[in-house]
Ligand binder design. Sequence first.
Ligand SMILES: *Cc1c(COP(=O)(O)O)cnc(C)c1O
Length: 325
Amino acid sequence: MSGTPRTPTITDALRARRLLAGHLPPTPMWSYPALNATTGATVLLKHENAQPTGAFKVRGGLTLMAGLDAAGRARGVVGYSTGNHAQSLAYAAARFDAPCVIVMPTGPNPAKAHAVRALGAELIEAGADLGEAAVHAGRIAAERGMRLVSAADEPELIAGVATAYLEVFDREPALDAVIVPVGGGSGAAAACLAAAALAPGCRVVAVQSAASPAAHDSWRSGGAQLRRPNRTRVEGLATGSGFELTQRILRDHLADFLLVDDDAIAGAQWTLMRDAHTLAEGAGAAALAALLAYPERFAGQRVAVMCTGGNASESEIRACSAVAA
Ligand SMILES: *Cc1c(COP(=O)(O)O)cnc(C)c1O
């Protein structure tokens, strides 16, 4: 994408809610006494793992696709992703009868590749990592006249994702904090947008894996887009640099940014199974991991914890039971 993307507003989020109304019902948000006892806080667990694609990103994909005109839909979209962004775009394209190409780095997770093909998208394997896949995706978009969709620097994706936070604040206007896991930062930026308008007293707290701290370090530096090592095994959180648009929004509104290590995330996945009978993927458990790692910051408070996704692989599920043993 060329040029500086426009900053989405709360009006964009409200428009996205109207666009999504016919496609996605609100997801549940529950409190579990066992989880409250474990954390020492009143936790409201927002179940984005209950989305049809298993993750919150489908809100953004559908919003972007709904906003294209007939000609744009006929030309279709190209995305690059190893996981949930790919499924979101493929799902939205199928709903709107639009062509969709997904570029994944060679040798992708077979379950995720299968899910994307099952949704009817064309899957192309190219490049050794996501950066190389992105270059290839850009080339395909130019050749075929399709719309290239970035993973985070897209106002429509942030506006769509913000509808999750409209639901959170509608249900629970008096929250002390909402904790959001970060990869590219669209989820945390969306939370900031909604909180600033609807719940200014609620702190938005972001979380990243200490093994992939690019967004955290970028935010701490005041909003530069820093490159950092990207070694987390948690798929949705694996990014190597900060994104311009999301960093700009986080810089103005984010209250705090915490780091947790990958083993703590696996422990939180286990806690969600035990206390909330919920299967989260690693990224979907990272917000709870932050609450468990920094309990003094949230003690006695009402805290919304975003369970952003449930697409755990079989090996990931087996690894959590090892944590429990
Ligand atoms: C993509 C993703 C994240 C991170 O979201 P960003 O908007 O990229 O910061 C967190 N959890 C899950 C399950 C994801 O798929």
